[in-house]
Design a binder for this molecule. Structure first.
Ligand SMILES: Nc1ccn([C@@H]2O[C@H](COP(=O)(O)OP(=O)(O)OP(=O)(O)O)[C@@H](O)[C@H]2O)c(=O)n1
Ligand SMILES: [Ca+2]
Length: 495
């Protein structure tokens, strides 16, 4: 009896103790499961309209709400191309500029959950087309901006402004975009230079090895605790559409002097042999970028010759490589340090080189291929690309020759560092361009100082604490049984 009673009196506390431990383990495991379960991700959104010289694009970005200060977290969710030309083409009908945004903004309402609309910022940045319109007619450019502002305010988003951004901003934000997307900003590794070619301007931005001699070309950033000293320059009028106007106006001027016939025949080495089209002089002299005297004749016949080296010679005339007041210049007296590091070349750099399959290869092979392309008869080119709009198709020889000349003679890339240029459209899901960097900056999503990073991620921390507690409990159990057994042995010894 005594012995049994003794056994029972020992079993009850053991059972209670084990039950408590089991309960604690169950609660802990339950907490761990709940804590570590992936939470239903909450996203935030932002909209940026890129009002370029040739067209407007609407970009919708999204990012996980609780991770907005981390690099690489913002991605492009959707993009919509506004139908028709850029907003600067509405100078005679400003209301049309705002109205043109309707379809893409309606699409944005569909893509972003309704409960997020009021907090979603919307920005419009206009680039070189509007810079040129402002130079020509400031009132007209103000009216176009007022029209797009009024249109954007009519949507349920948080309107944050419509303005013409500077060439420096365009270059610097393009650089931020490509480096943010490549996740270069929190690492000690190098950064990627940015080359952007639009219709009306072109930008070059990179971290140089040399001193920046002109303060207009220098931009400083402190991002995630690192200091960046950037060189940037935007060449207004050196986008591919304006460059074509300047180049054509030079050939037209000399053709006009040579022949007094009407219409003038413009024999152009940058267009394919067999190309023959009637055009108006005004369509090339309608820009503040064109300084040549306008010929009296309004009509001319544009005749292609398809001679690549002559084409390059005529394009070289639009780059003034003399008159440098610094230790070195790119062109037109603009200071530029030697290009350094890898570069991402996007927008029209990519569209043109990708269309012609020229995104890889050496500078020499690229020139050879382009020479062959330019000399291909026009009817053959049309046959090979029946789906491409003829105006665009006819301009690829000029555009690619312009790109090579700009990169080699303008920015001083060489056969050696040609391989450092990557022709890119996107990085991951997001387009390379200034819009993402612009939004990241205006929403303060890139902190100057690196956010404090915990020793381990939150989920890991919870798991670690639970395992640690379980270990302590296990040790307690061991200790308990050890004493329990030694007490029983001691009791037996007494009996
Ligand atoms: N798929 C595409 C899209 C555009 N383009 C051409 O590339 C040039 C530049 O386009 P883009 O980079 O969109 O220029 P914008 O932003 O409109 O001009 P800017 O930056 O100078 O304001 C334009 O001539 C356009 O017609 C092209 O050849 N293929
Ligand atoms: Ca652009």
């Amino acid at each position: 009896m005594d012995e049994q009673g003794g056994k029972n009196s020992w079993n009850r506390p053991v059972a209670i103790f084990l039950a408590v431990i089991a309960a604690v383990i169950i609660i802990m495991v339950a907490i761990s499961v709940v804590q570590n379960k992936p939470l239903h991700q909450k996203y935030k959104y932002g909209i940026v309209l890129d009002a370029g010289s040739s067209h407007t694009s609407v970009f919708i970005y999204e990012w996980p709400a609780e991770k907005e200060n981390n690099t690489g977290m913002v991605r492009q969710k959707h993009t919509c191309n506004v139908k028709g030309k850029g907003i600067s083409s509405y100078s005679a009908n400003p209301q049309g500029a705002g109205a043109s945004l309707y379809e893409c903004m309606e699409e944005a309402k569909q893509k972003i959950p309704a409960h997020r609309h009021p907090e979603t910022p919307v920005y419009l940045g206009a680039t070189a087309g509007m810079r040129l319109l402002r130079m020509e007619d400031e009132k007209a450019s103000d009216k176009v901006l007022a029209s797009v502002a009024q249109s954007l305010k009519s949507y349920p988003f948080s309107y944050r402004g419509a303005r013409i951004i500077s060439g420096q901003e365009e270059g610097a934000f393009g650089w931020i975009t490509v480096n943010y997307l490549s996740e270069n900003l929190r690492k000690p590794t190098g950064t990627l230079g940015a080359l952007d070619l639009g219709g009306a301007s072109t930008q070059i931005t990179f971290v140089p090895q040399q001193n920046i001699e002109s303060k207009d070309n220098s931009i400083d950033f402190r991002l995630y605790g690192n200091d960046y000293h950037l060189y940037t320059h935007s060449f207004l009028c050196y986008g591919k559409d304006q460059a074509l106007k300047i180049s054509m106006s030079k050939i037209l001027e000399s053709a006009n002097e040579a022949s007094k016939t009407d219409p003038i025949e413009l024999r152009d080495p940058c267009f394919h042999p067999g190309y023959n089209d009637s055009k108006t002089v005004s369509s090339f002299f309608n820009s503040p970028c064109v300084k040549e005297a306008k010929p009296a004749n309004e009509n001319f016949v544009h005749v292609g010759l398809g001679n690549w080296s002559q084409c390059q010679q005529s394009i070289r005339k639009i780059f003034n490589t003399g008159n440098c007041l610094y230790t070195r210049c790119s062109f037109n007296g603009v200071f530029q340090p030697s290009v350094y590091g890898d570069f991402g070349a996007f927008s029209a750099f990519f569209f043109v080189m990708d269309f012609l399959n020229l995104t890889s290869g050496t500078l020499t092979t690229t020139k050879k291929k382009l020479e062959a392309y330019c000399s291909t008869p026009w009817d053959q080119i049309v046959k090979n690309h029946p789906q491409v709009y003829k105006k665009y198709l006819s301009e690829y020889c000029f555009s690619a020759t312009y790109i090579l000349t700009l990169l080699e003679d303008g920015y001083n890339f060489t056969s050696d560092n040609w391989k450092d240029i990557r022709f890119i459209k996107k990085i991951g899901d997001s387009d390379a361009g200034w819009t993402l960097g612009y939004m990241l900056n205006l929403t303060n999503m890139i902190p100057a100082e690196a956010p404090d990073t915990p020793l381990m991620p939150y989920e890991g921390y919870v798991t670690f604490i639970i395992l640690f507690l379980l270990l302590i409990l296990f040790l307690l159990v061991l200790v308990y049984f050890y004493f329990h057994r030694s007490t029983r042995t001691a009791q037996k010894d007494i009996i």
